[in-house]
Design a protein around this ligand. Structure first.
Ligand code: AKG
Length: 287
């Protein structure tokens, strides 16, 4: 059975069983290339100085530079550098926009090209199929995973960072370039979404940094993850409690990806989550 432009019953069952679903050819090449071009324009336009920017470590946490630059990016378009972008003297190795790890976190609301890509009745139908009653687009990220310097993202679950009560976050990950094991495709642990969440990342009382509240100190399994190789235009859905990672890009090929994290508007969104959007109310996939 096929739901109105949403997922088939078999796809929904796969998602419920495994915590992820790969949908090849969800978006056409033209839409991906248009987004890619716009990302490069935004990267040049919003590129910060290395001093004001944040650098990302392998576990996705912000280090160096200004925490404030990261923590206030929920309702803005900002650029974040790769940690290997800098040489031993702290200088960028190449043009700044080629050293970026990602753009975040509100392109889907603030940039017309990203807005157009992110809002559609098809995505609304898919969101409904995977159980979001009132999908709200919380954040968007454009991940560059640049050739040679694109770093690893270690195994994590999105609920740790984008906490809702009850848990509701779903990742919508789009391959903008072909993603393979050579250039750092995503990996996921089938069924791992049933492991109780081990950590919650929250703001400190002064709201100037974050800390991890640990429920279970054992790490997520590093064995058993499967590669999710994806051709351009593939959409991968990820349950918010599914452990996933991506490898470093050791190849000469870029691995651009665009990701939206949606939550259910019926769930509580705590005020001590790092991502706050004081100037920008969340919207659904249709507006
Ligand atoms: O694209 C990647 O390499 C990682 C993305 C990711 O972890 C996410 O979208 O939650």
């Amino acid at each position: 059975m096929i739901t109105q432009d949403g997922l088939t019953t078999a796809q929904i069952e796969f998602f419920e069983l495994n915590g992820y679903l790969v949908l090849p050819n969800f978006v056409d090449d033209d839409a991906c290339l248009k987004l890619r071009e716009q990302a490069m324009i935004l990267a040049k336009k919003h590129c910060p100085s290395p001093q004001e920017a944040t650098v990302f470590t392998a576990d996705g946490t912000a280090v160096h530079a200004s925490d404030d630059y990261f923590l206030t990016s929920g309702d803005k378009i900002r650029c974040f550098f790769e940690k290997d972008a800098f040489d031993e003297h702290g200088e960028l190795r190449q043009d700044a926009h080629l050293c970026l790890n990602k753009l975040g976190h509100a392109m889907h609301d603030l940039d017309p090209v990203f807005k157009d890509f992110s809002h559609s009745s098809r995505l609304a139908a898919v969101a409904k199929s995977v159980g979001l009653q009132r999908a709200q687009l919380l954040q968007s990220m454009y991940i560059f995973k640049q050739p040679r310097i694109g770093g690893e993202v270690t195994s994590h679950v999105d609920h740790t960072y984008l906490w809702t009560e009850p848990q509701s976050v779903i990742g919508f990950w789009f391959a903008i370039d072909d993603a393979t094991t050579q250039n750092g495709c995503m990996w996921a642990l089938p069924g791992g979404h049933r492991i109780p969440v081990k950590t919650r990342n929250r703001l400190t009382p002064d709201r100037k940094s974050t800390f991890n509240e640990i429920f279970d100190p054992t790490p997520y399994p590093t064995e058993g993850l499967v590669p999710l190789e994806a051709t351009r235009g593939t959409l991968i859905l990820l349950n918010g409690t599914l452990p996933h990672r991506s490898g470093p890009n050791t190849s000469d090929k870029p691995r651009h990806a665009y990701t939206i994290h949606a939550i259910d508007g019926t769930a509580n969104y705590p005020s001590d989550n790092w991502l706050q959007r004081p100037s920008l109310p969340m919207s659904g996939f249709l507006n």
